[in-house]
Design a binder for this molecule. Structure first.
Ligand SMILES: [Zn+2]
Length: 166
């Protein structure tokens, strides 16, 4: 879903994913975020969600507290999550994405867990949620964006089912 001049997608019952926190705040301030429930009301800032600590790459942590919003029309509340975070995950999108890149390169969950320094069970859970079709779509989207940036460049990460590039 595109709201205003930026991509904001509705992903569930009360969660809105914005590219960045700063962008979400700007859209809120400008009154450009619309309610995903009633599709007509404008969202207003309504405090914050629960504060939590999220693990990032290289052993660092990030303390985050996502913005809560309230629809001026239907009074429903929503959480705005930056794309750098994943709902109900203790690791950033970058960490989980790195695991997926390793998976796309053919590593198994035990090896990936060692490389990114996360529990084997955590990595296995991430990978189990990802169907081969989803992994293929992520790969194709990434390759398309890379080629749009530089048409001469070939993706260096390949899926087993999509390795041929000419
Ligand atoms: Zn509403």
């Amino acid at each position: 879903m595109v709201i205003g001049k930026a991509d904001v997608s509705w992903t569930g019952s009360t969660l809105i994913v914005a590219r960045t926190t700063e962008l979400a705040e700007q859209l809120l301030a400008d009154g450009e975020l619309r309610c995903p429930l009633c599709n007509t009301g404008r969202l207003a800032a309504w405090g914050y969600g629960r504060q939590r600590i999220v693990r990032d790459r290289d052993g660092t942590t990030v303390t985050v507290q996502p913005r809560r919003t309230r629809c001026r029309s239907c009074s429903s509340t929503h959480i705005v999550m930056p794309a750098a975070l994943q709902p109900r995950h203790a690791d950033t999108t970058a960490v989980i994405g790195t695991a997926l890149v390793h998976k796309a390169n053919g590593l198994g969950h035990r090896r990936i867990a060692t490389v990114i320094d996360r529990p084997v069970s955590t990595v296995r859970r991430w990978l189990r949620r990802l169907s081969p079709a989803h992994l293929e779509r992520i790969y194709q989207d990434g390759a398309r964006q890379l080629l749009a940036l530089d048409p001469r460049r070939k993706p260096t990460v390949g899926l087993r089912s999509a390795r041929r590039w000419t």
